[in-house]
Design a protein around this ligand. Sequence first.
Ligand code: HMG
Ligand code: MG
Length: 311
Amino acid sequence: MNQTNKVNVPDIQLEQVNIFEVGPRDGLQNEAALPVEVKIALIDQLSATGLKQIEAGAFVSEKKVPQMANSGQVFANIKRHQGVIYSALTPNVQGLEKALKHNVQQVAVFTSASEGFCQRNINCSISQSLQRFKDVIDLAHAHNIPVRGYLSCVADCPYDGPTQPAQVAELTQVLLDMGCYQVSLGDTIGTATPNRTAQLLDAILTNTPSTSIAVHFHNTYGQALANIYQSLLMGINTIDSSVAGLGGCPYAKGASGNVATEDVLYLCHGLGIKTGVDLNAVARVGASICQTLNIQPASNVTRALQCKIRT
Ligand code: HMG
Ligand code: MG
């Protein structure tokens, strides 16, 4: 073989990754409030695609995030598929108690690696948030409910500027020590680039196994897939994503949706990594919810597939 044709492809050791679908929560919290039946239909459709983790709602202040106000009704009416875990955000014991009433199987606490975002998002300091989470985690564990932890603004904060990787590494460890089974690293405003993702993961993975970490990239600057590729190279095997790339965050102006689930599936399958999820089925769900919302899918893959179907 001609030496010049030789390509050195970086080695990804993963055979399988877990896709954590956040569209019904992170996606819809930033779209116009939807009737409960539409949300239920979306979750039911996603449940039939092979996804094993679906974040279906949030038990947060209705005044702050009215889009999530009907989460209880959502949980009461979805058809729960065997093997699919339906989870919700619970910022405090009040939220967890509501989640327990609706038989939520898994919950998530969420704080920030930056003080500015923490205050705006959950109205307290980082240390106060951790204090609140102690009771949430204890009560959840008493009911055998696993708790996930989110850290926002792991690269940059819209109020405080750049975040130090050491700060993220320290808080990740604190959340794991408190009993979170996994910490999802939120690039809330989508500003990270692969070199910064590598530095961040390097700081975290010195002390923490990659299986305890998930990545949660918003695609505001179009860098999410590049950051995910970097994360896969470093052994991260849980990727958060949102069908059709829906959403954003009400406390991060201009932040666009999460990376689209369809685009992550296309990347992983192209790399020979299994996900257990049917890309075409997710793309159909993505096209359908976008039609309902009267928006174009942010997913390049869904747009490409739609054109293929049309021609
Ligand atoms: P607080 O503002 O500190 O106030 O709440 P409070 O505890 O004193 O309560 C004030 C009012 O909220 C009271 O009602 C409470 O009953 C009510 P009032 O007496 O005024 O009528 N309340 C609740 N209502 C329903 N469910 C609850 C609850 N707790 C209190 N659980 C709190 C703190 C965190 C609840 C509030 O600030 C809040 O809900 N913030 C919204 C947070 C949110 O949902 N943000 C978006 C999701 S996070 C995100 O998108 C980032 C992520 O995707 C990762 C990333 O991308 O970076 C996860
Ligand atoms: Mg998010």
